[in-house]
Design a protein around this ligand. Structure first.
Ligand SMILES: Cc1cc2nc3c(=O)[nH]c(=O)nc-3n(C[C@H](O)[C@H](O)[C@H](O)COP(=O)(O)OP(=O)(O)OC[C@H]3O[C@@H](n4cnc5c(N)ncnc54)[C@H](O)[C@@H]3O)c2cc1C
Length: 462
């Protein structure tokens, strides 16, 4: 399609006629459903929603937006809608219908269209004994997760998911479909691997890893034991190999019927861990924490797709607010501060306050890596609360901030891109050198700031 085909006067009708997908504007049936993000706390009100029906819809949609002077917010599920700036006057370009995934078992790669969810990749990959670097939820989108880095259960062994990407297909803000890989468009290839969206990604290709045995599970302890268990978990993380990824968490579970009765409506301190290896060694590695006699121990041999259930994230869309901070360390004083704010004596509306163990492959620069070549931190703090009633929004925000502030002395200087749920520039969620290179790339490819990404990059001044 030629941009001159679409003039402001004929705009929408011509766009509709050109697309396999659908177009919605405010007031039309379908608009409210099409604009709804997975995070129900976010009320996005774009001037137009385009639901791409095929990858070939993306270029005409981008050219339409350019012709109209509209900015574009590409979106898959909307799990990451929290930090987005208001979409007034903008096009929300939804990729949710593009879910085709192709697994190449011989090459050990996957090609996922930009609307694919992780479950679309991990289930067919496992049929070939392969695992993708997915995270805590099978329903999170592959594209958004990878554009923000992608921290999953195999991260200490294989690094961020972004650094296993081998190619991206994307439509530039000029409306050109390009392939970015090791031999083409080096700047775009670098940027999509953890630097957010410079264009609209239509597909990603990534390496898969042979994963035979996995030993993983949860140890639940009553929250009254928060200090003891968090200190023990922290000490244990110094002893484990890269094949072990884990988190120490303080959780308050809802009285939800889908939870086992023994867990419903209760608060726990828990350790979640996954070991990439045989169950005998896994059980040996877990011994020091099991000796603490958890109330419930779910460790078992599991297939790779079951990793995405380990963290017990909600399946259905929900309203939530969260924040994160990379920590250079998580010493005794930091643990005590956390337990004061989220432990047994805390009056907190937060559902989960957790600390993840970084290091391993995450600490080493990925060969030819992208915008997040390594994680320059040893731990990751994440705090999140459900906003199940409007009057909870303020308290949840305040408590999330209080937890983050309390661990300020150990802040590694930036937050995790994918867990920064409030508006923040990309400079707050990327290392400084990466941000500076992104600014140059943004100046070259998107000087007019057409693409609205989760965390904005302001073009470098000449
Ligand atoms: C329940 C839950 C569990 C999570 N678990 C993990 C985890 O284990 N590890 C982890 O790293 N993160 C995790 N996250 C965070 C998640 O990775 C981010 O929210 C991520 O942005 C989600 O990607 P998405 O495509 O589903 O969301 P979206 O909101 O659709 O996308 C997020 C952003 O990505 C960009 N984007 C998406 N698609 C495109 C595209 N096609 N082209 C260009 N830009 C695009 C846009 O800037 C968009 O605003 C979790 C989030 C939730 C809510």
């Amino acid at each position: 399609m030629n941009t001159t085909d679409i003039t402001p006067a004929r705009g929408l009708e011509a766009l509709r006629a050109a697309l396999a997908g659908q177009v919605f504007v405010p007031g039309e049936a379908g608009y409210d459903q099409a604009r709804q993000a997975w995070n129900l706390a976010v009320d996005q009100r774009p001037a137009v929603v385009v639901e791409a029906g095929s990858a070939t819809d993306v270029a005409p949609a981008v050219r339409f937006a350019r012709a109209q002077g509209m900015r574009i917010a590409p979106q898959g599920t909307g799990h990451g809608a929290g930090p987005l700036e208001p979409l007034d006057g903008a096009m929300l370009l939804r990729m949710t219908r593009l879910r085709t995934v192709h697994i190449d078992p011989a090459a050990r790669t996957a090609r996922a269209e930009a609307g694919a969810l992780w479950q679309d990749v991990i289930v067919p990959a496992a049929e070939h004994g392969l695992a993708a670097l997915a995270g805590n939820s099978p329903n999170v989108g592959v594209a958004g997760y990878i554009l923000g880095g992608g921290l999953g259960w195999l991260a200490r062994r294989y690094g961020l998911a972004a650094n296993s990407v081998t190619a991206a297909e994307l439509v530039t803000p000029d409306g050109d479909l390009v392939r970015a890989d090791a031999g083409h468009e080096p700047d775009l290839f670098w940027a999509v691997r953890g630097g957010g969206g410079i264009g609209v990604v239509t597909a990603l290709e990534m390496r898969l890893y042979p994963v035979g045995e996995l030993y993983a599970g949860n140890l639940f302890f009553p929250i009254q034991r928060a200090a003891e268990v968090m200190h023990a978990w922290r000490a244990w993380t110094d002893t484990v190999p890269d094949e072990v990824s884990s988190q120490g968490r303080l959780v308050r579970l809802p009285p939800a019927p889908q939870l086992p009765e023994a867990l419903r409506g209760r608060a726990f301190v828990k350790v979640e861990a996954a070991y990439l290896g045989n169950p005998g060694t896994g059980a040996e590695l877990m011994k020091p924490l099991r000796r603490l006699r958890p109330e419930l121990d779910t460790f078992a041999t599991i297939p790779p797709p079951a990793l995405s259930r380990l963290h017990m994230d909600p399946d259905q869309p929900m309203p939530f607010q969260g924040a994160s901070a990379f920590l250079s360390d998580f010493p005794a004083a930091a643990i005590d501060a956390l337990v004061r704010l989220a432990g047994p004596d805390a009056n907190t509306p937060l559902a989960s306050v957790e600390v993840g163990h970084m290091g391993g492959a995450l600490a080493r620069p990925a060969p030819n890596g992208g915008a997040q070549p390594r994680i320059d931190a040893n731990y990751l703090l994440t705090a999140v609360g459900a906003i199940t009633a409007p009057d909870l929004a303020g308290p949840v925000r305040a408590h999330v901030k209080a937890v983050k502030d309390a661990l300020g002395p150990w802040h590694a200087g930036y937050d995790y891109y994918n867990f920064a749920e409030t508006p923040a520039p990309a400079s707050a969620v990327l290392p400084p050198a990466a941000y500076r290179r992104l600014q140059q790339i943004k100046s070259a490819y998107d000087p007019d700031q057409m693409i609205i990404s989760a965390h904005p990059v302001w073009p470098a001044r000449p």
